[in-house]
Every structure is written in structure tokens, then in C-alpha cells.
Design a protein around this ligand. Sequence first.
Ligand code: CP
Length: 337
Amino acid sequence: MKHLLTTQGMSKDDAILLLDTSAQMAATQSRENKKLPTLRGRTVVNLFYEDSTRTRISFETAAKRLSADVINFSAKGSSVSKGESLKDTALTLHAMGADAVVVRHSASGAAHQLAHAGWLDAGVLNAGDGMHQHPTQALLDAFTIRRHLVGNVGEDGRGTDTSVGADLAGLRIAIVGDVLHSRVARSNVYLLHTLGAEVTLVAPPTLVPVGVETWPCRVSYHLDETLEQWQPDAVMMLRVQRERMSGGSGSFFPSPMEYSRKFGFDARRLAVLPDHSIVMHPGPMNRGLEISAAAADHPRSVIVEQVANGVAVRMAALYLLLSGDTGTSTEKTSTEK
Ligand code: CP
């Protein structure tokens, strides 16, 4: 694998390889000594043009756990504020010998451009580009779903590695909320479909993107009906991205109160789901808007576990990109060999 840019077009073999490698990495993280020597001498640059808590910290943790040298670059406080272009920043990183660049950018396609413009000789990992893709988020979500709904859940309520090698065939996943602005939704729809799960998007009509009929999923405008009649195994709530609504790209639902009433997830809605179902959210959460505190903190919520799994998944992605281990897959896909 050379780059990890999108889940659209990712082969099932590559998806399973990433999840299985993540399980191996997760096993190392329960040890007292969590550090592996695997990427000693390699340099990983975290290039963040947009704010992040989970993704940035977990990529940094993942790289350090693999013994790589890590350079953190935030657009705030850099020469980007003086007008420096993505190209000139990339050339600077190239001059500094970056082996991998983890990039988050507000422009859809920025990660693809960085990977293919010829400015860098480094693996590029997309940490979220505009409203387009967030592939490692989808991978950590699939990893969490697989551990809970395919593997055996341990006495501590956490999923286990007994799901290694398995896909998600037969599982029903509802993705609910601001689909229009969500790179998490796009990445999850394609990855979960590739892994054999059925996906239903649930959103108000104003927050459903044009062209959604070409995505491999169903669309519903009614949350209660979907939960009661379809009985999903996992409900993934999406953050309402108010910061992306000011430019006229989408009008918010009539009011936050009405949005919460029709599309917010709470203990009452959780109660209609099967007992084994899980509640997910990529974070950061708007508590009280798309999810209530009672649902977010419920024993069937795996939101904190998603964050923890992000480290193992990003260790796997960095390892597969930088070690040259191509696993068993030979197809050229979105993870570009
Ligand atoms: N889920 C996610 O991408 O969170 P951050 O924006 O905090 O990285």
C-alpha cells in the first residue's frame, strides 16, 4: 500500500487486511510495554489544516507506539497564515525527509492532490478532506462493529479479537443525521457495504446530499420508523456540522429543537432496538442536539471504545503503508499499491 485516501473502491481483501492488522496492533496495546520498534528511523508528519482532537492525537500516538519520529504541523501558527500554498508546504516536508504525511484539510480532494501532484515522495493518509472522505474513521468504526457484533464481547463489555478474518455480512447499520456535510458518512457507507453490511442513512431531506441515490445504501427520512421496523444492529449518530452551514451549502433543519425531536438519539429510541445493538458517534458530539447524554453514556454506547480503537487502526495503516507489507491482496485499489 502506498496511500490511504478513500474507502470508495477499496477491495474487500484490503479492508479485511487493515482490520486484521488493527486487531494485531490492538493486542500489543494491552501489554505493559506498548511500543514496537517497527518504524524506527521513519518520519511521520501530521499536517492539520483543520481542527482535530481524536484523529490528530491518535495518529501521533500510533506513530510513536511504532517508534517513528513525529512532526506535528498545524496551519495555525505556521507560514500558511502568510499565504504559503499546499504545494510549497509539501515541498518543505519533502526536503525534511517525510516518509508519511497524515493530512486533514477543508478542501475535498486535498489528500489526493498531495499524493499525486509529485510534490512529495511519501505515503499520504487522508485524515479528513472537506465533506469527502475520512477513511481511518470508517475503519475504526468497522473494527468496533466487528469486535462487538461479530466477535465475542468479554465480561468487561468490550469487544474481542475473535472476529479476525470476518466480514460484516448480515449486519444492519443506521447512519443518522447531517449526512450532507459528513465525510464520516461517505467513508462508512462504502466501507460497510464492501464488508457486506446493509446501511440505511436517516436524515432530514435538507441534510441529504444530491446524488445519494448512487451510493450503496438506502435512505430514510424517518428515524422512529427505521429504528422500530428495521431494527438496526448499530446506530451511528453524526455530528450536526454547524460550522459548514454558514456558507449556504445547506440550510439547517427548522430549529435545533425540532431536529433533536425528530432525529436526536435518546434513551427512548435506544429502548426500541435489539438488546445486542450498539450506539456509535465519531465525535465530537453535540450533546443534547443529535444525541442525549443518557444515550451517549449508556452501557451500550461504544463511543469511547471507538476512540481507543482509533490508535490500533492508525498503527495498522501506518505499518502497512511504511513497512511495504502488502498482505495477501494484489488488486490496485484506493489504498494504491
Ligand atoms: N472523529 C473525528 O474525526 O474527530 P476529530 O475531529 O476530533 O479528529
